[in-house]
Design a protein around this ligand. Sequence first.
Ligand code: ARG
Ligand code: ZN
Length: 422
Amino acid sequence: MKALLILFVLMNLDKLLKTAHCTETQDQVLSITPKTQEQVDILKNVSTQYETALWQPVSPHYIKEDTQVHLFVPANSSETVKDLLQRYAITHEVLLANPNELIEMQTRNDSGDPRSSSTFYERYHSLEDIYFWINRTQQDNPDTVKVILIGSSFEKRPLYVLKLSVNNRPNKKAMWIDCGIHAREWISPAFCLWFVQYSLSFYQLNEDITNILDNMDVYILPVLNPDGYHYTWTTNRMWRKNRSTNRGTKCIGVDLNRNFDANWCTEGASDQPCTEIYCGAFPESEPETQAVADFLRSHKDIVQIYLSIHSYSQMLLFPYSCTLEETENHSELLEMVQEAAQKIQRHYRNIYTYGSGAKTIYLAPGGSDDWAYKLGIKYSFTFELQDRGRYGFLLPPSHISKACNEALLAVKTIALKVVEKT
Ligand code: ARG
Ligand code: ZN
């Protein structure tokens, strides 16, 4: 018995030591609310000078008094950061004491076979598995699913779009949905997979999706930024941008949602490659941006709805984000997202805020939604899915189904409105 106990202790020595070592040395996500301009400045400094990852807001530039900042602080800068916060009496609480446990939870059980389990869509999947899934989905649904190669990423990964089409009605319009433009927003690619699965399973069973698919084709790009997504699985879970190299600096990556040709690189984007909102060397400098823009340009007469899926913060946004001006159909767009948000609240008891991007969050030029709108796609949206900061980018897999179902309800609401109009 004694021998067994000793054996147990020896076998679990590293685990026991780790728990005994207390939380001080672990990665954490802090929620910090600066109260004075001095505290704002300290916080801006902390998030740029130390090895941290800003979750909210997207750039230190937007840190302001009395507004929550969500900051990922890795173990090695934890002490310095906390000392600084204490020294300047900056209020903070631990939002996530165990991000590594959550990351582990998000990457567990990742199985390659779409048919191996009914919970495939309630898990997150590596890029490799998503490529496998794309192939399998096409093979299993040869009459409705086509796979279109629209280009490749900086690291030469293919960019595949799935085209869902249930009939050959002439002059059919279309809806475009892209996911995963920002690498760390894992719920986004999960939504694209969910949407495809739902459409294929419930066509002819659910009235709304049947009505939508009878009247429009859907183009779905599950991972717009495959290099970044892959990098979040292998190296840095907090990565946002793509992985292109930049001239004259070691800093990697362009914010693809600042790289489109819509008031490119004006206020709300940065020309500094080391920032998270770097706009790139010129509009459409990135192969991922160019592939999407080329595809939409050549399909602009059929694509009526443009939809880009992000996380987190639960928002339904529409143009403009690149200027405070209102679009010509502002009230129409507002009505659509308002109805969608009301439905989500009624069915799922979750709050989504809504409005034009610039007025609802911040000026953010070079975004895909604004560009698509200016191209002539008048129903253009960006959704920010769950949550509102409880788990942030580390939304547990158990939340995927609700997050996707409520977003699906918003997509249906908007698509049906457009079908009705035409
Ligand atoms: N959080 C998103 C971003 O920073 C917001 C996107 C809103 N639309 C836009 N065109 N910026 O990219
Ligand atoms: Zn995003």
